[in-house]
Write a protein that binds this ligand. Structure first.
Ligand code: APR
Ligand code: PHB
Length: 389
């Protein structure tokens, strides 16, 4: 079997890259380790920057997003019960769209299935070969039978634990990492959200976030220690903890109900450099991880593959390798801006095991500065709603 671009991973990065290339007439095959239902069962974040929405428009997969997505003009930050609204639209004329990553994935899968482009789910033992030559190959097992896919390029869109980054010789790649000593316990519930916009709350007991998926479905998180077990958290315990960490008005207005999903996600910052190794390119979570506090994970994945698609399109249209040569440096500059913002949001909003009285005052001072300085608020707005390339 042969294709132009072999894409490893059918998460949002792989599917969006496949879609952008498909629209440009460049053939791709996606190899995904899991089943389609498994991929669609993962609950992830749900805040889209305007640039991400525009890319999904370009990919022709935004009809449901425009019908069901919720446009938010701003967010609220709450510090020990003091709440302040940051109106991004008023500050800088930009908004964000709340629409679940699971739905983005579903829309991309539907478009790919309809176009006839090939996706091989439950592809086992995927391995990458000869990407340092101009004849790269990918091998995999499907239903116990070994297959080989010859291609021009390999796109590693297989997430943090994928095989693509792991296939690069150790001496050719540098990794930058910070693991945070806590995770987020999240629940999904079929009840209306507590407020119209997201509320990010800092409290002595830890961070909390009130988010949503739709006018009838909410998503809430509380910070928990890194080694916490989800079985330790009944719904009642979760709601009690959440109420203690937010302001009184929010606590009073919470509409609780039985959780339909409950899980703990660890928090990590990670960047690999570079992101191109001969004919292998890394994009999305395979290339970098951000803690979810800045809501950047999906948006970064989208901007990576937007740039990668442009590079491949230029290669096939003009036989120009300028785009593929420049890919790594181009996306890394935006990645590090998102890393900085996500790290900063995480630092001011969480409690750390070693947070002493001084650090708490500094966190408080950051919040007061954001509240009182229009320049600081504009910077928050610019970073949250989108970052330049
Ligand atoms: N072979 C084939 N597929 C693999 C392999 C492998 N060895 N390893 C992982 N995969 C698949 C996973 O099953 C998953 O479906 O690659 C896909 C990677 O998808 P994601 O983890 O969703 O990563 P990405 O597409 O980069 O999306 C980034 O996801 O985690 C969030 O915050 C993150 O929003 C961001 C987005
Ligand atoms: C979510 O709705 O899951 C969500 C929203 C904003 C974040 C992180 C997660 O920063």
């Amino acid at each position: 079997m042969r294709t132009k671009v072999a894409i490893i991973g059918a998460g949002p990065a792989g599917l969006l890259l496949g879609r952008l290339l498909d629209k440009a007439g460049i053939e791709t095959v996606i190899l995904e380790r899991r089943s389609q239902d498994y991929v669609l069962g993962r609950i992830r974040a749900g805040v889209l920057e305007q640039g991400t929405v525009e890319l999904l428009d370009k990919a022709g997969v935004s009809e449901r997003l425009h019908a069901d997505g919720l446009i938010h003009d701003g967010v609220e930050l709450c510090f020990d019960g003091d709440k302040h609204r940051f109106n991004f639209h008023e500050l800088i004329g930009r908004t964000v769209t709340v629409y679940g990553q699971t739905e983005v994935t579903r829309d991309l899968m539907q478009a790919r299935d309809a176009s006839g482009a090939k996706t091989i789910y439950e592809a086992e033992n995927v391995s990458l070969h000869d990407f340092d030559s101009d004849k790269p190959k990918v091998r995999y097992l499907k239903d116990g039978v070994e297959h080989e896919l010859a291609c021009d390029f390999i796109a590693g869109c297989d997430g943090y634990h994928g095989v693509a980054r792991a296939s690069v010789p150790a001496g050719s790649i540098r990794k930058f990492e910070r693991v945070y000593p806590f995770g987020w316990l999240g629940i999904l519930v079929d009840r209306p959200p507590v407020a119209e916009e997201l509320i990010y709350a800092h409290h002595e007991r830890g961070f909390a976030l009130c988010s949503m998926r739709s006018p009838t479905r909410s998503r809430y998180y509380v910070q928990v220690p890194a080694d916490e077990q989800v079985q330790e958290w009944s719904d009642d315990r979760f709601w009690d903890e959440l109420r203690r960490r937010v302001d009184e008005e929010t606590a009073d207005n919470l509409v609780t109900g039985p959780s339909i999903e409950k899980s703990i996600a660890p928090l990590r910052s990670f960047v690999a450099e570079p992101l191109r190794f001969g004919r292998l390119f890394l994009a999305g979570d395979a290339a970098h991880i951000v803690p979810p506090t800045g809501a950047k994970g999906l948006n970064l994945a989208a901007s990576d593959v937007g740039a990668l698609a442009e590079a491949f399109i230029a290669f096939y249209a003009e036989r120009s390798s300028a785009g593929i040569d420049g890919y790594s440096a181009r996306v890394l500059s935006r990645i590090w801006k998102a890393e900085r913002f996500s790290w900063w949001m995480t630092s001011i909003l969480h409690t750390f095991p070693d947070t002493d009285a001084f650090s708490r005052r500094i966190q408080r001072a950051e919040f007061d500065y954001l509240r009182s300085s229009e320049a600081a608020a504009r910077s928050l707005a610019e970073n949250y709603t989108g970052l330049p390339m």
